[in-house]
Design a protein around this ligand. Structure first.
Ligand SMILES: Cc1cc2nc3c(=O)[nH]c(=O)nc-3n(C[C@H](O)[C@H](O)[C@H](O)COP(=O)(O)OP(=O)(O)OC[C@H]3O[C@@H](n4cnc5c(N)ncnc54)[C@H](O)[C@@H]3O)c2cc1C
Length: 483
């Protein structure tokens, strides 16, 4: 007998409450029921397991930075259901590939997810809008009463499920992980004074206005980020104007070239990196690198990989933090929607008469149509077999787009060791991978620091064990310690 965890989600205030019902009916009976169109999942509450604070034993403490009381980290790069943070446009690719990937096949297989969003890729809003777009395509094609499977319970899948369920379709969401949210990963526990966000948590006041207003309606707190501090070997500054100027000049230079190059090559080719002048006692080239590191936390890719033509367009300047539990957005959208957790789809067979899904258990589920919202990295890895193969345009798009890396580490302190009230701290010219930090004391009053790293540096960080990661974090934070 296989226990199947089924879930419904309740939002209470600004806290997502989950409780688990491990129901011990067999997976086979569930699937047989699914095939006969019965409503199967007893929607019980699910409990998100308490995050275990990572032990903080091994690193050697630095002279000035104490060890935190708790640490939580992400590892999206090695997670088999994500294989990275979000998609990017590498050198030689174009945003057109996102449209190619979003095209429905035979009116049976549909695609959504951030990688299919040409306007807002790599974002929660882009994923959500893509879910709404795919729901529109499905509802104009599907027949009343059709059973529609949605693979993936992230922002795209949840939005599509919400819309299609409202329209009266028989919707089932199938999610590989034991939780909903996907790349929104909110952890709540008594060890932390506020919800920890291991995935998305930054927004832009203008671009994400719709999302911010939805979060406000749900009672989810968001806060404005104010104040930056750049810390270099010999000097500090409050703003990096050198880096953005150099990158803008490099991108403008690249636009005049006959073929696409990487942002790194554009910086070299244009001379913009070399010409970057020192400012506030900080070295110009180091300021450019600091800006590139912070861009990598937004795009997921290093400048050596990003297309100078298309890679940076639409990179938002984040100025808000979701501090009241981003996961409520997803749990609210999925309220009342049949959701099967811990159920990985490994194969999709389709024809013009229907779709059969093969699950990780070896069993299958027949549906009229399917919406695929799994991350690009999962499609690139071939973790889901398509039969017949996806059309050539889809396969080309999957291969051409890049899957980036962003990782995050949360540290909780009982009292601050720093004295600045700047919300965003960046290291300039020190060589630390963990060079971007958020000081939540300046945002919410809680003595919590959050490190964010993207691109090649994130891939390196993802390989560190917890002890080495903490040692790297404490080393990076040393310049911010009050002396
Ligand atoms: C560290 C990090 C920081 C980010 N920061 C921001 C930010 O600040 N602001 C912002 O707007 N965006 C940010 N993003 C991007 C944003 O989180 C994503 O663009 C968005 O959440 C993607 O939603 P989605 O529905 O497309 O995919 P997902 O949320 O990834 O949903 C896909 C789901 O499919 C499931 N799945 C995978 N394989 C299978 C399978 N075989 N069978 C069944 N299910 C499967 C996965 O478990 C997942 O739940 C960040 C992402 C990361 C990782």
């Amino acid at each position: 007998m296989t226990a199947l965890a089924a879930c419904s989600l309740r939002a209470s205030g600004n806290v997502s409450e989950y409780s688990v019902a491990e129901m011990s009916f067999s997976r086979r009976s569930f699937l047989l029921g699914a095939g006969s169109g019965l409503s199967l999942l007893v929607l019980a509450a699910c409990t998100q397991p308490e995050p275990m604070p990572t032990p903080t034993a091994s690193p050697s403490p630095t002279l000035t930075v104490p060890r935190p009381s708790s640490m939580l980290r992400s590892n999206w790069t090695s997670d088999p259901y994500f294989r990275g943070s979000h998609s990017f446009v590498p050198v030689g690719a174009t945003p057109q590939f996102r449209d190619d990937l979003s095209q429905p096949i035979m009116g049976r297989v549909f695609f959504a997810g951030e990688a299919t969003s040409a306007d807002l890729p790599g974002s929660v809003l882009g994923a959500q809008v893509s879910g709404a777009r795919a729901a529109g395509e499905l509802s104009s094609t599907a027949n009343k009463g059709d059973r529609i499977a949605i693979i993936g319970a992230g922002a795209a899948g949840a939005e599509a499920a919400r819309v299609l369920a409202l329209e009266g379709f028989d919707v089932i969401v199938i999610e590989a992980r034991d939780r909903v949210g996907g790349r929104i990963d909110t952890r709540e526990s008594k060890s932390w004074p506020l919800p920890v966000e291991l995935g998305a948590w930054r927004l832009n006041k203008t671009v994400d206005a719709v999302l911010l207003s939805k979060l406000a309606t749900l009672g989810v707190e968001t806060n404005t980020l104010t104040g930056t501090l750049l810390q270099g070997a010999k000097a500090t500054a409050t703003e990096n104007t050198v880096g953005p100027k150099a990158v803008d000049a490099a991108v403008a230079w690249a636009a005049d070239q006959t073929k696409d190059v990487s942002v790194a090559d554009a910086l070299t080719g244009s001379g913009a990196a070399k010409g970057a002048s020192d400012a506030n006692g900080l070295v110009g080239a180091d300021l450019v690198n600091q800006y590139l590191s912070s861009l990598a936390t937004v795009n997921g890719a290093s400048d050596s990989k990003l297309s100078a033509w298309y890679g940076l367009s639409g990179s938002p300047q984040y100025d808000r933090l979701v501090t009241g539990g981003f996961g409520t957005l997803i749990s609210e959208a999925l309220t009342g929607v049949t959701t099967s957790l811990s159920t990985a789809v490994v194969g999709i067979s389709y024809s013009d008469t229907g779709v059969s899904l093969q699950l990780g258990t070896g069993e299958s589920l027949k549906v009229a149509r399917v919406l695929v919202t799994v991350p690009l990295g999962v499609l690139q890895k071939g973790s889901i077999r398509f039969d017949p193969l996806l059309p050539f345009a889809h396969r080309t798009a999957i291969a051409a787009l890049g899957m980036g890396s962003v990782e995050t580490v949360w540290l909780r302190y009982d009292k601050p060791f720093w004295s600045t009230d700047a919300a965003v701290w960046s290291l300039v010219g020190t060589g630390d991978d963990l060079s971007t930090w958020f000081n939540l004391q300046a945002v919410t009053g809680e003595t919590v620091l959050v490190g964010l790293v993207g691109g090649d540096a994130a891939r390196r960080v993802s390989k560190l064990n917890d002890g080495d990661l903490l040692a790297a974090a404490l080393h990076a934070l040393e310049p911010f310690a009050a002396h």
